[in-house]
Write a protein that binds this ligand. Structure first.
Ligand code: GLC
Length: 431
């Protein structure tokens, strides 16, 4: 089925451009962006990285500032938090009083997909001047410290993978890949809590209670471990090698390497080169021969999840896989395009855990589409790159700047006026 068959009424691209800029401006709470003013009223890690790309289209200074404020939340050991709680807001749970990380500014205790190096390279390559050079040189060591943190605390197998200890860290909160592994998490002692997300949004778009109990139990596990990341990676009941973060970090390591070499960071470049070659072989651990796809793998049981999610298509973006693995991945795209009105569903219609409205169990996310399409274009898979971009643009025309989109009907799911969807329109889909 083709997205073009949908009647596209409403605003022109110019009006959408203006609307997208307005969303970013209104979601600016003072040098940093919130993903959405109601549901996510703080600064989120990978959201901010993508937002910087959107800002770069109309306010370059503000783009740099987004990354700079993000790194104000970096811990001394290089860790970059998922959330920075710049200002109090009772409309979100769990807030800083639950995380108890004892940091200034206040932050959560898990990270998020490390896409910032890739965005940094893009900002630099789009606008090379003396001022930008200063900013890049200042950010390289900070971003490098983050990559070293991932190597030290999220790669226990030393294969160049990312093993996560919390589904929120993957950015794909309730993806079906976590279901089995999360069963090991004991929720019997979770402190009673009141969710805030379901006060803002329809329950059918949000994770189930069972998932939420586990999310909170895992936060309490980290808090009780004093956010000692060494202890957490060794003892967490939830440890999954995430195909999404692994591919994104591999890409980011390549991009940071280019910058490190260009600006004379020799030691850093050496380290990054080693990480890249480690991951190039290491990703084989994620290849599922039976499914013919890259899938997340539970490192406690050693078992592959066998789930083909939208993250399984990021191997192109990371530039990995044998010719046969790449061909098999492309065949999956072809198969899914036949069952889904729009690409790329976070999980394909027809899979047993598929749920068209529920977050990472079906809906389409503009930032993931951007990364998949970027990878496809770089690997010469232009037809898929174009389709994924057209579908993203069509979805935004139909449903506006929603958090995510139903892959069958095209309707919006989650919050509205979402920063990263607006940013992706400005940078990519609306072109
Ligand atoms: C949700 C998403 C995550 C995102 C955050 C803020 O938790 O799953 O990827 O960073 O919202 O938009």
């Amino acid at each position: 089925m083709e997205a073009e068959k949908i009647e596209l009424q409403g605003p022109t691209n110019k009006a959408l451009h203006e609307a997208a800029e307005k969303i970013l401006i209104e979601n600016d709470l003072g040098g940093y962006s919130v993903p959405n003013r109601d549901v996510y009223p703080f600064q989120w890690n990978w959201d901010s990285a993508f937002v910087a790309l959107g800002y770069a289209q109309f306010n370059l200074d503000r783009a740099w500032q987004e990354l700079e404020t993000l790194f104000k939340g970096q811990w001394d050991d290089g860790f970059l938090p998922q959330i920075i709680f710049w200002k109090d807001n009772a409309g979100y749970f769990p807030g800083p009083e639950i995380w108890q990380t004892n940091q200034q500014p206040r932050t959560s205790g898990i990270s998020q997909p490390p896409v910032v190096a890739t965005i940094l390279r893009q900002l630099w390559e789009q606008n090379q001047n003396a001022e930008a050079e200063e900013k890049v040189k200042q950010l390289i060591p900070q971003v490098f410290a983050l990559h070293r943190w991932f190597a030290s605390f999220r790669d226990p197998l030393k294969k160049g993978l990312v093993v996560t200890t919390h589904p929120w860290e993957t950015g794909r909160d309730n993806a079906p890949e976590w279901d089995e592994a999360a069963k090991r998490v004991d929720t019997s002692n979770v402190t009673p809590y009141v969710r805030q997300d379901t006060k803002h949004l329809d329950k059918k778009m949000r994770p189930h209670k069972e998932d939420y109990d586990r999310f909170i139990a895992m936060v309490e596990f980290g808090r009780d471990a004093g956010w000692d990341h060494k202890k957490i990676i060794e003892e967490s009941p939830f440890r999954v090698a995430d195909v999404g973060m692994t591919m994104m970090l591999l890409r980011a390591n390549r991009d940071l390497l280019v910058l490190a070499e260009q600006f004379g960071f020799e030691g850093e470049a050496e380290f990054l080169k080693n990480q890249v070659s480690l991951s190039e072989t290491g990703v084989d651990y994620l290849w599922n021969e039976e499914k013919q796809a890259f899938c997340s793998r539970d490192v406690i049981s050693g078992e592959s999840t066998g789930i083909i999610s939208s993250a399984s298509f990021l191997n192109f973006y990371a530039d990995v896989g044998t010719a046969a693995q790449r061909a098999a991945t492309e065949a999956h795209i072809d198969r899914i395009a036949k069952v889904s009105q729009f690409l790329m569903p976070s999980l394909a219609p027809g899979e047993k855990q598929f749920d068209a409205m529920r977050y990472w169990r079906g809906p389409i996310w503009a930032v993931v589409n951007f990364m998949i399409a970027t990878g496809c274009a770089e690997q010469g898979l232009e037809t898929w790159a174009d389709k994924i971009r057209n579908d993203t643009a069509a979805l935004i025309k139909i449903a506006g700047f929603s958090e995510a989109f139903n892959p069958e009907s095209g309707e919006g799911t989650g919050g509205t006026d979402f920063s990263w969807t607006a940013a992706m329109w400005l940078h990519w889909a609306g072109k």
